[in-house]
Design a protein. Sequence first.
Length: 670
Amino acid sequence: MNSLQKIFVCCATAVLPAVAYAEDGPESIGLRMIDISPGSFLMGSSGYGRNYDEAPVHEVIISEPFRISATEVTNAQYEMFDPSHRKLRGKDRFSFRDNEAVIHVSWHDAMAFCKWLSEKDGKTYRLPTEAEWEYVCRAGSMGPYAIGDRALPKQMLKNQVETWEPRPIPLDVGKSIPNAWGVYDMHGNVEEWCMDWYGPYEDAMQNDPTGPAAGISKVTRGGSHNTPVEYLRSSNRSSALPDDRTAFIGFRIVEVSGDGPAVNAAGSEKHDARAVKTKDKKYRRPTARQNVPFFAAPVPFVKYDRNLEYMFTHNHCPAVTWLGDGSLLAIWFSAENEKDREMTILSSRFDPARGSWSDPELFFKIADRNMTGSALYYDQDSGLLYHFNGVEAAGTWGNLALVMRTSPDNGRTWSAPVFVNPEHGPGNQVIAGTFKTAEGWLLQPCDATHTVRGGSILHISKDGGKTWERSDAGHEDEVSVFAEDSTGHRIAGIHAAVVQLSDGSLMAFGRDDNIVKDGKPRMTASISKDMGKTWTYHATEFPPVSSGQRLILKRLNEGPLMLISFTDARIDWQNIEGMSFSGKDGEFTGYGMYAALSFDEGRTWPVKKLLTNGKRRYLDGGAFTGWFMTDGTHAEPKGYLAATQGPDNVIHLCTSALHYMFNLEWIMEK
C-alpha cells in the first residue's frame, strides 16, 4: 500500500458519528463534542505567491484519538466562565445573541476557558493544534475546501467581502453545512485560535506536530465573516498576537486523553534581524567632512529580489534610523496591493564602512494581517531601539491596532510585541517620525483616519513606552475644521511630521487639509501649546503635497528646523508650477523634492534648495514614483520620505526606494 492509499484509508477510519450528550463536561454547557479517530493527511498547499507559508505540502500523522467541539464556543457558553464578557456583546456591531460565536477573546482568554472547563470536568481540554485543526477541517478531503470541493456553496458564505467598515452579520454557530465528520463552521463564521506559535512548515513527515517552540503570534484558522473566500480554504494560515481581541476571532476546543501531544503554549521569539553582509565591493559611498558641503548621489536601499518568497512588487512607506554601532536600519512594507493581507515589513542595513545596503530581509509579519505604517526610533540616551507598527484585524488598513517592540542591541534581537493601543480602529496608522521631547516623552504620530483627509494625532508615553495615551482622548469622533486661526483636536493633514519648538509647543505639517491663501491652497501648519490636545491652524508659504507624497519636518543637530517636501502635488510634467529657488546664477524655477530651513522656530524659511546636485540622472523611485529624471532644475517628484541624522551630522533621506546623503552645509550652499 502506497502513502497516498494510506492517507485515504486512515482518513476514512475517522468518519464517526456524533457523541451523545452527557451530564457533565462540555455537553453540560451545551457544547457538543465529536469523536475524531487517529489518521494521516496531507497538510498545506503548493504555496504559490502570497500563500507561500502554506508550503511545503507534507504528510502529518495524528496518532491519538481526540474529541473536538462541533461548533465554536458561543457567548452563552463562554460567559458561564467569564460573565463580565457580556458587556462586549455587540461591540463592533457583531455577536449580540447567546448562540453567536464568542469574539473579542484573546488566545490567553481561550486558554483560560479551557483550564476552567478542565478543572470543572476533571478532564483535559485545550485549543486544537494547527495540525489537528486542519485534519478535522479537511475531514478526508484534499481540495481547497472540505465542502463543495473547488468552491464553497453559496449558503456557506457569510458576507465574504473585504471592506473598510466590516458589515454586520449574524454569527450563530451550527447554521452552515457540516463537513463529512459532522463539524460546523470550519470555513468562515469566525477565525479560531489554535495552540501553536506561528512558524514555517518543515519539509518532512511529522507525527503530531505542535509548531515552533517560540514565536510572536499564535495561529488562527478558518477565516471569518468579512473575509475574502480565498482565506477560508482548508490550508490557509493566519495568525494574531496572543493578546489581541478582535471581532474576527473566536475559538473551539478539543478534549484529549491525559495531556495529549506536548504543545508549545508559552514562549516569545527573540527575532534575529541581522542583515546579510553585502557582496558588493565596487561601490563606495563618499564620507562627509564636517563644515564642508556634501551631497552623495542617490542609490537604492530597496533591492527588489524576485527570489524572496516574502518580497512583493510594491515596496513603499519607509522608516529609517541611525544606530549606536554607526550603521543605518531602514524598514518598509512589501505587498502586491496596499489593502491586502500579504503585506510584510522588510529591512535593510547600511554599512558606512562598505558604503552599501544589505539585501532585504524579513523584519516583522503577522500572518494574513495588513501591516500598514512603520516607525523606528533610536534613543541614544538609553541605547534602546523602538519599532512601532500597525497590525490589522483583517485586510485593508481601516482597523489597525498599534504595537511596539524594543531592541537593546541595534535591532539584532527584539522583545515580544506589546500593544500601544489594542483597540482596532482609526488613529493607529503609524507615521515614520517618532521623537522624544525635551521632557523625555516619546511621541508617535499616527493618521487619525484611513481616508486622504481628516488629520493626524499623537500617541504619547511619559515613561519610556510603558504606558501610552492619545492626544485626542475624549475627542476621537470629532471632525476638525481646518481653517485659518481655527482650533481643533487633530493635526491638519494625514501623514503628519511633528517637531517640538524651543518654547515647548509642537508644530506639525501634514498632507491635504490645506488652507487657501491668496487664491491658492497652501500647506497647513498646526501649532499646539498643550502637547497635542488642541491645535491652531495657519496657512504656510509652502505648496501642499498629495497622493504618493509624504513630507519630513525635523530639527537638525545644529539647531535649525528642516522641511523636506515637494514643489507640486501633481507629477504631470506638462501641468506643474514649481517653486522659485536661488542659485549661483540667480533665481530659477525648480521642480520636485526640496529642503527648506528655518532659524526662527518656523516663523520664516529663508533657505530653500532643490534636492539635486545638478547632474543628469535617470532613477527608479519605486512604489508610486517610478522612473524620473534629475538635472539642475528637476529632483525626485514624489515619494514617502523618512530621514535620520547621525552624530556626524550627515542627513540620511530615504524616499520610497532611494537613499540620499547630504549635510546642512550643502543645503545652505548656493
